[in-house]
Structures are given as C-alpha cells and as structure tokens.
Ligand binder design. Structure first.
Ligand SMILES: [Ca+2]
Ligand SMILES: [Ca+2]
Length: 225
C-alpha cells in the first residue's frame, strides 16, 4: 500500500518489509488546461499546454549548495550571466532526469508521470545531506496561468524506471486550490539524512518566485539551513 502524504508529513524511507528504500523514482504527473470557450457558433474545447519543470538541488549539512539538476534549455542565458549550466544528471550519477515535458496530459490523467528524477542513494556523494525537489511553471508567450488553473499535479515516489512503475511507495496530491492562485513555483519536498538514514518531508509550499533561479535562492535562504 502506498503512503498518502499530506503537506508537511515526514516519512522514513523503509518498505513494509523493513528494507531501506534506496533506488526509486520521484515523478510528477500533471494535466494540460482544458477550457470550454463559448462562441457565436456554439462552444468548443480549447486545450492549453502546461510546461512544468521538475528540478532539484543538493545541499550539505550546512545548507551550502553542492549540485543541481535543472533543464539545459536555459543554458544560453545562464552562460551569458556566468551561472551554473543546466544538466539532467548529477555529478555523482546518483540522480537522473527523464527530460522535459512541455505539454502535460491531454485528454485526462494518463496515470503516468510527465517528468521523473531517478534516485540511487547508494551512489550519492556522501557530503550531500538534503535533496530539494521543486517545480516551476514555464509560461510560453501569451500564457498567464498559475497552479490554481492546472487540473491536477501529483508527486510520487516509486520503485521502477521512468518507463515502468513496479511499486508505489508514496503519493502526494499537490493541491491546486485557490490558495495557489498567482503562484508559479512550488517546493515539493526534500529527502534528508537523519542519523545515517534517509527520510522524506512533503513540504508542499508554493512561493512567489517567477523562475527556477529564484526558487533555488528561496530554498537556500529559507529551507536548507
Ligand atoms: Ca517541462
Ligand atoms: Ca501524466
């Protein structure tokens, strides 16, 4: 049975068998926005692409950033501004991102995750003490929506691969209610080490950040210490 997480809940990474969970996927599943527009000649369904970006940063026990995974799509801008370039694999090879999904599910929840980070805690740089997962909404030209407009967004941890879910360990329905109005960034949760064991904290905080670089700063300032 998968654990249904609620905001702020902390769990041990232990399976029902008592075995430690060390190899798993962190996936986010979300839907495109469907609206019915009424026109002169009747109503028609309009589907708007939703580009969420799943990223993570890793910090040491003092809250210093050691590594990151975020989209290389912004590397032109990042290079120009002398900022660390985006990449889909961590330096130690322990975390891997499945790649950018720019649309979300069309035609309802397909039950599959749209962006996934695969985690192997055994390969992790031992100096890493926390891993923060977060999502940002990337708006294409002319788009204006925020989290309150998205039909659903869920995060889960499961054993398997990006292509195949073997066993779901935990699920967390990210609320998309009115309190998310105006918000385009969300700190999903963190993996953290306590007495040598890894745990997960379902943070679930929306923030006022507009782009992922701001969210990284928010995490370093307010969550990583
Ligand atoms: Ca995306
Ligand atoms: Ca999906």
């Amino acid at each position: 049975m998968a654990i249904n997480l609620s905001k702020g809940q902390k769990i041990d990474l232990r399976k029902e068998s008592g075995e430690k969970l060390t190899n798993f996927c962190v996936g986010v599943n979300w839907g495109a926005i469907e609206t019915v527009k009424k026109g002169l000649f009747g109503s028609k369904k309009v589907i708007e692409d939703v580009d969420l970006d799943l990223s993570c940063i890793m910090t040491d026990a003092n809250g210093n950033q050691l590594d990151h995974i975020y989209s290389p799509d912004y590397n032109g801008f990042l290079q120009k501004n002398n900022l660390p370039l985006g990449k889909l694999t961590s330096q130690d090879g322990a975390l891997r991102h499945s790649g950018d999904d720019r649309q979300g599910d069309k035609g309802g929840d397909d039950g599959l995750d749209n962006e996934i980070i695969t985690v192997d805690l055994n390969r992790l740089n031992p100096s890493i003490d926390k891993i923060f997962f977060f999502i940002n909404i990337y708006l294409n030209q002319g788009q204006t929506f925020d989290f309150s407009n998205i039909p659903y967004a869920k995060i889960r941890m499961y054993e398997g691969t990006p292509q195949k879910v073997n066993s779901v360990f935990s699920e967390y329905d990210i609320a998309t209610d009115a309190s998310f109005a105006g918000k385009r960034a969300l700190i999903l949760g963190k993996l953290y080490k306590r007495n040598g064991d890894w745990k997960f904290d379902a943070i679930g905080d929306p923030t006022d950040d507009k782009v992922f670089l701001q969210t990284i700063q928010t995490i370093l300032d307010k969550y990583a210490k």
